[in-house]
Ligand binder design. Structure first.
Ligand SMILES: [Zn+2]
Ligand SMILES: [Zn+2]
Length: 267
């Protein structure tokens, strides 16, 4: 077994604290990653607090994991010891349904197996990246370039893909006017991707104080949504709105900002 040091919540009402546990031994198709960084995602808090469903405790959160491979199983093909690798939100799936066969394991018809707060096929709870190592099947580990800053890469494994994926799906790019609604963990990623893909990016925010941050991220325009005149000025103007606001909000006002056949994307 692989001795592991972690931060765990022992119940929905306790703070994270040191917890030692054992991960499974590295199997033939597994890699063991020495974790360098793990991002903090708001869903970590939701899961610790049982906001979505009754959790499995002790719970070790964390699904934005990057580090160095220190051991590979006998049949591992993709990785060698010393490679940089990342792990995102899931660590297994049924692998036999149509979605899995298409490489869309996140839509596994039987439900994918989460990086933590889930049970693996062996019935053992999964534990996430608030820990010093993880053992994972090579199919659910990703290569990471050594030209990138690992601490900056970690949030790409959840916040990054959550915004990258819909922008790619809708082919957002040159010639498009993209509005990013909300400038938090997801929104700031969406702005950077949108700008990188060549779109004209506007940040829509209730907080005027976020304009400086939006500009620093490369946004071309900023609209304070509490200011009726500013909102009126961008009516019928966007091809896409990427909506990153998690709190309940009325979408009617935002829909009126889209061009005809524009698309409002909720992430
Ligand atoms: Zn996340
Ligand atoms: Zn499946």
């Amino acid at each position: 077994m692989v001795q592991t040091k972690a931060y765990a919540a022992q119940s929905p009402t306790t703070d994270l604290a040191h917890w030692d546990f054992e991960r499974r031994e590295v199997g033939p198709n597994d890699v063991q990653i020495n974790i360098a960084y793990c991002g903090v995602c708001h869903s970590d808090l939701h899961q610790i607090k049982n906001d979505w469903f009754p959790g499995i405790f002790p719970m070790v959160p964390g699904h934005e994991i990057v580090g160095t491979i220190i051991k590979v199983g006998a049949d591992v093909k993709k990785f060698s010891e010393g490679d940089l690798a990342g792990v995102g939100c899931m660590v297994d799936s049924c692998r036999t349904c149509d979605n899995c066969k298409e490489g869309l394991e996140q839509y596994c018809e039987k439900g994918n197996i989460g990086t933590y707060n889930a049970k693996g096929k062996d019935g053992v709870p999964t534990y996430g990246g608030y820990s010093n190592n993880i053992v994972v099947h090579e199919d659910f580990a990703l290569h990471i370039s050594d030209k990138l800053s690992l601490s900056a890469v970690a949030p790409l494994l959840c916040a990054g893909i959550t915004t990258y994926s819909p922008l790619k799906h809708w082919k957002v790019g040159k010639g498009h006017k993209l509005a990013v609604l909300g400038l938090g963990g997801l929104g700031h990623m969406a702005v950077k991707f949108g700008v990188a893909f060549g779109a004209e990016v506007t940040v829509l925010s209730t907080s005027a104080s976020k304009e400086e941050a939006a500009n620093a991220l490369g946004a071309h325009h900023f609209v304070v949504t509490k200011d009726a005149a500013q909102v009126a000025a961008v009516k019928n103007s966007f091809d896409f709105i990427l909506d990153t606001v998690s709190a309940e909000h009325d979408m009617n006002m935002y829909l009126s900002l889209l061009k005809t056949n524009g698309v409002h994307i909720c992430v």
